[in-house]
Ligand binder design. Structure first.
Ligand code: KG4
Ligand code: ZN
Length: 355
């Protein structure tokens, strides 16, 4: 018997819904991005994000179902990202998912957004083996995660200041490129010289698996200010390539160090920054030299989407880890943590319990 899950994702500025069968068979994956709305502000405006989710939500869900050729009655469960993210944005998806689970009398699954990013790898490679190591690099997070088995995570290292994506976005803004900065720097970097600027790489204490990108970001800002004071014209392609190389060198070095420390031969990449061409190719080529296998989702599955949420939800469903209808948005939810309201862990409330 197959399991059909409708997943909803509204944690930041993408309104997304997907229908996925048995975790990995994606019938639909609809994403309505708000980038154009937030662009003029240079970043995501939380209140605007919530309102846009409300406006677009019904249409996105209807499209996910019609593309899948299914109706609400065909669903076995509904899954939703309940944290981390912007509280008002998360609430749109969480409220709708609870209403659907209640109205359809089907189980509800609460998914951690970072867990969703990690599971994008299973959409690419359903036969993944454990243990594995995942570098999660997004707009809000930079984590090295040891995954022992489904649902079991140990964070080996994290950023101490800016997340990798945040550094891309801030540097792009300073360079006058626009928002979001990651894809713009990625594109420019292809035509630039990564050795043109000598930028710092923060390795922190010997053997540390933590990250720090704020010093690098300041160096880029200083280089731009110095050039403007001296009336020099900076070749943006070179600065973008040098910055990107400084970020990816540290990310790849620490990922391989963690893989060696943990004796792990399978490395996964996840989160929006995983769409970066330089990071993808450096990680693959350097891991290959150590005979380690790298799995990287397609770029569309690296950035926010709901298919990844459905995939994570499927494995949770198999474990019977269902959320109660008291589920709430948890903006600071940690990886591996569940915060189901009222502590009704692992139970689902059916309509008959309310009658
Ligand atoms: O995972 P994501 O879509 O949303 C969060 O959960 O944060 O990640 C968004 C981040 C942004 O900072 C964006 O600039 C970055 O991912 N990003 C990239 C690329 N595409 C998106 N960074 C570098 N290169 C890219 N190609
Ligand atoms: Zn994300």
């Amino acid at each position: 018997m197959s399991v059909v899950i409708l997943a909803l994702e509204t944690s930041c500025d993408e309104t997304a819904a997907a229908v996925v069968v048995d975790g990995c068979q994606v019938l639909s994956n609809i994403i309505s991005s708000q980038i154009d709305v937030h662009k003029k502000f240079g970043g995501v405006v939380p209140e605007v994000a919530s309102r846009k989710h409300l406006e677009r939500f019904n249409q996105v869900v209807a499209e996910a179902l019609s593309t899948a050729g299914l109706d609400y009655k065909d669903l076995d469960a509904v899954a939703v990202t309940y944290g981390p993210g912007l509280v008002g944005a998360l609430l749109v998806g969480v409220s709708a998912a609870k209403a659907m689970a209640f109205g359809l009398d089907i189980p509800l699954l609460g998914i951690n957004h970072l867990e969703g990013h990690i599971y994008a790898n299973f959409l690419t490679e359903p036969q993944l083996d454990f243990p594995s190591l995942c570098l999660v690099v997004s707009g809000g997070h930079t984590d090295l995660v040891y995954i022992q088995k489904h649902g079991s995570y140990r964070v080996l290292g994290s950023t101490r200041d800016d997340a990798a994506g945040e550094a891309f976005d801030k540097v792009a803004r300073t360079m006058g490129l626009g928002y979001p900065g990651g894809p713009l720097i990625d594109r420019l970097a292809r035509a630039g010289d990564p050795e043109a600027f000598s930028l710092p790489r923060a390795y922190l204490e010997e053997g540390s698996l933590d990250f720090s990108f704020s010093g690098l970001k300041s160096s880029v800002i200083n280089a731009l200010n110095r050039a403007s004071r001296q009336g020099q014209v900076i070749k943006k392609e070179d600065l973008a390539a040098s910055f990107q190389k400084a970020v990816t060198d540290v990310l790849v070095d620490k990922t391989l160090l963690a893989a060696r420390n943990m004796g792990v031969s399978t490395i996964l990449l996840a989160g929006g920054v995983a769409a970066n061409a330089g990071l993808r190719s450096d990680l693959v080529s350097r891991a290959r030299r150590e005979s380690r296998r790298v799995v990287i989702p397609a770029p569309l599955l690296c950035t926010d989407n709901a298919a990844m949420v459905a995939c994570a939800a499927y494995f949770k469903y198999l474990r019977g880890d269902l959320a109660p209808l008291t589920l709430n948005a948890v903006p600071d939810l940690k990886l591996g943590e569940e915060r189901y309201e009222g502590n009704f862990r692992g139970r689902v409330y059916r309509t008959d319990q309310y009658s």
